[in-house]
Design a protein around this ligand. Structure first.
Ligand code: MTE
Length: 321
């Protein structure tokens, strides 16, 4: 294993190879860079799931917004899907080869009915809905997207999670043959994400199967993709092949890569800056020209505080970022 692997420093963080050849300079870098230090949340006891319940009418108030929609062309050509490359235009070009049917999902862990289930059966009998959600990327841009899909809770309940299911872990397909980006070790594949069980069961948490009334394009995470509108976009894991109910906080791809920058919770929070940039404002990609995108203020929980803030009552959101 190389030193870079051992430290898991992404290539982009290293501009000067001599930095890691020179041991003294490396040690100075380690001391000065919190990103290379201990995991932000490691060691501490994670907060238990909340028992707060949001009233149905209150929850529904978050299902739509009057804000201008981002254009279909922008939603489907300006993407993050590292399995198909790290450039924004890479996924729309490279993901065409992703085979999205037949598709099945393995459900495992702390539940009464684990097993592999075909996507049609996973969704069977659950009414498809349209939800217009804001998506705020940790990089500082945002979109307004009309998704179609199903509430995550309706799908999870099918498998009868046990009392030990404190978290839900999600995994993306990792197939080198279909996903050229897997050749690069930008992330430790497969891409993984997770939610605390109360977050996963919250009425706003959604599994998208389409957008703008059409089937979900591959670059947006076809055929099944998580959408958690009050969290930074990287929680919205794409092309899901596994759902696991677990007792302990699961490891997630970005937290694994850079724990001081990407916490487990990742709630949109303008009061907590990313270590390398401010999170106070965002570039809203809506209307006709993304270069002329409006810069607007970022809101706590991405504007969904009325619906979700109670989940985090009493939690220090600087510590549990
Ligand atoms: N899921 C997988 N499997 N791989 C990824 O690279 N990128 C995440 C998230 N889901 C990503 C992923 C990030 S950083 C963001 S901002 C959103 O997807 C982007 O979703 P979009 O391209 O549909 O806007």
């Amino acid at each position: 294993m190389s030193l870079r692997d051992a430290l898991r420093i992404p290539e982009s963080e290293i501009t000067d190879e001599a930095v890691y050849r020179d041991r003294r300079r490396l040690l100075a870098l380690l001391a000065a860079t919190p990103a290379l230090g201990l995991a932000g949340c490691a060691g501490a006891e994670p907060p238990p799931p909340s028992t707060a319940r949001v009233a149905p009418a209150q929850a529904r108030s978050g299902f739509r917004t009057d804000e201008a929609l981002t254009r279909y062309e922008d939603i489907t050509s300006y993407n993050n899907f590292y399995e198909f490359g790290t450039g924004k235009a890479d996924p729309s070009r490279a993901a065409k080869t992703l085979r999205t049917a037949p598709w099945s999902v393995e459900v495992a862990g702390e539940c009464a009915k684990p097993g592999r289930i075909a996507l049609e059966d996973l969704l069977r009998g659950i009414a498809s809905e349209e939800r217009i959600y804001r998506l705020r990327c940790v990089e500082g841009w945002s979109m307004v997207i009309p998704w179609t899909g199903v509430p995550l809770a309706a799908v999870l309940r099918r498998f009868e999670p046990t009392a030990k299911a404190k978290y839900v872990a999600f995994t993306t397909l990792a197939d080198r043959e279909q996903m050229p980006g897997l050749r690069f070790r930008s992330i430790r594949w497969p891409y993984r994400e997770g939610l605390r069980i109360d977050e996963a069961m919250h009425p706003l948490a959604f599994l998208a199967t389409g957008l703008y009334g059409k089937a979900l394009p591959q670059q947006n995470g076809a055929p099944l993709r998580l959408v958690v509108p009050w969290k930074y976009g990287f929680k919205s894991i794409k092309s899901i092949v596994q759902i696991r109910f677990v007792e302990r906080m699961p490891s997630t791809a970005w937290n694994d890569l850079q724990p001081s920058e990407y916490g487990f919770f990742s709630n949109v929070n303008p009061a907590v800056d990313h270590p390398r940039w401010s999170q106070k404002t965002e570039r809203r990609i809506a209307g006709t020209n993304r270069l002329l995108a409006n810069r607007i203020e970022t809101r706590p929980f991405n504007g969904y505080a009325d619906q979700v803030a109670a989940l985090y009552a009493g939690m220090d959101l600087r510590k549990w970022y």
